[in-house]
Each structure stands twice: as C-alpha cells, then as structure tokens.
Unconditional design. Structure first.
Length: 273
C-alpha cells in the first residue's frame, strides 16, 4: 500500500495513478478514497494524474484517536502534496472533503493549486447559530453522533437512503452502491467518525472562502438531504473571489456516484477552461 507518515506519526493512505495534470480527490464522511472510483477512472482515461487519499482515521489510514479537526486534515493534505511534489493541481472535495479542500487551499495551497471544486460541500458552515440562523440545528448533529457511537453498523446502512436520494419517488436503488458506502464507512475508526461530525458541522470556512483567489467551481444538488442547498452552495459561491456555481434540480447529496456522467462532464469542462 502507498502511504506517507505525517508529523504526528499517522500514516495516510493514498492512490496515485497516471500522469499529466494532477487532480486530488477529497472524500466525504465517513468514507474513503474509494468513493471517487467513478471520477478516478474517468479522469485517468482523460489523461490526468488522479490521486485520492483516505482521511486520517478513515479507510486504510491509521485509526488514530487524535487530530480530527479541519486544520489537521488540511495539514495532512499539505504533507501529502509536498511528498508527491504536486504542482498546478486541481483539488476536488465532496461534502466534508469540500471543507478540507478550501481549508487546505487557503492555508497551504499557494504555488501548488491551480483550481478547486466544492461538491455538495459543508461550506461555509452548517450548524445553526445566532450568526447562522438558517443553519441545521445542533440537535441534528447530536443525533448523528449518538447513532454513530451506539449503532454504527445499522445507522450506516440507513444513512445511504437519504444520502443517495433513494427515498424519492422513482429513484432507482442500487444495492451495490449502498453496500459500497457501508463497506467504506465500516473500514474506518468509530472514534474518527464521531469526532469528524464536529469538524464538518461546526467549522466556519467563511474566511477561507474569502481568501482564495484561484478559480473555484461549486456544484450542489438542489435535493440534497444531507447538506441542504440553500444554506451552503449559494453562500459559499458568494464569498469566493472567483467562484462559479452550478446547481442541479433533483440531484442528491451523493450525486458524484448517482449522477457521475453529468458531474464528470461539468468537471472536465471546468478543468479544461
């Protein structure tokens, strides 16, 4: 397996295929780099170098009990990109991975990053507060925490239904997609998944978004039941200096999988623009 050891001794697993301009994929909670199979294959065939890592505590990376915050996640990515000597890279993040991307680009990406993409991302901030009154109530994330801590095996089965919009009329349910989500989730550490909920729900990415001046594409499904569209994508795009927003009526949170053909086409156009 390909791994790098970061400063605190945690080993970060990654896949690195092909040559050409590097595209780095950042996965969502509680998954792994395997969630990008549909994009890794497509962009490899388009002549890009494709890289996907497993976030610390997730997938095949060390099941450490420390460092489950966005600053550490971004620092891990910085060490990976330095070890692989990535330049002129495009960073693509889904959900939690979107937060990781914008934090990495803002704090570590200068001179290494050409473009970024935020897909179904948790930016600018998810949790409801006095300064974010239309956010998601903290009680919702407390419920996710409780279910992850006490009944993760069944909860991760159930979570796939809203994640992929399989509870919508006319949805074509893929058991293989559901099983693969569960497989990825159960590979990771329960402690990492528990702590990551705070990281993805309570981290404020406002200043990160404001500070980034490279081109950033924001993609979001309007029927996202996990990261609601109105509180995320339009706000994130408005904060960016050089942002472009594409929204998709009816698309779910897991649209890179269920709507891969559409998402890949729009990503390719952005990469080549």
């Amino acid at each position: 397996m390909s791994t790098i050891k970061v400063k605190d001794g945690t080993e970060i697993y990654y896949k690195d295929w092909g040559t050409g301009q590097p595209v780095v994929f950042h996965h969502g909670w509680p998954l792994s780099g395997d969630d990008w199979d549909g994009q890794m294959m497509f962009f490899l065939q388009q002549g890009f170098r494709v890289i996907a890592h497993d976030r610390r505590g997730h997938g095949r990376s060390t099941q450490t009990s420390k460092g489950h915050d966005m600053d550490t996640y971004a620092a891990d990515v910085a060490e990976l990109t330095k070890a692989l000597d990535l330049k002129d890279a495009i960073h693509v993040g889904h959900s939690t991975g979107g937060g990781e991307v914008i934090r990495y680009v803002a704090k570590h990406g200068k001179g290494r990053v050409a473009k970024a993409v935020l897909i179904s991302a948790v930016t600018p901030i998810m949790v409801k507060s006095d300064s974010n009154p239309d956010g998601v109530p903290l009680s919702v994330f407390d419920e996710i925490r409780n279910n992850t801590a006490t009944q993760r095996t069944q909860y991760f089965q159930d979570f796939t239904i809203p994640f992929y919009g399989y509870n919508r009329e006319g949805a074509k349910i893929s058991q293989g997609v559901r099983d693969n989500w569960w497989r990825q989730g159960m590979m990771g550490a329960i402690t990492a998944h528990y702590d990551c909920i705070k990281a993805f729900s309570e981290t404020d990415f406002t200043e990160d978004l404001k500070s980034v001046d490279i081109p950033v594409l924001v993609l979001h499904g309007e029927d996202d039941q996990i990261v609601p569209y109105p509180i995320s994508a339009p706000k994130a795009a408005a904060l960016l200096k050089n942002g472009k927003l594409i929204s998709y009526p009816g698309f779910p949170h897991g649209m890179p999988t269920t709507e891969a053909a559409t998402i890949n086409k729009d990503l390719l156009a952005f990469f080549k623009s």
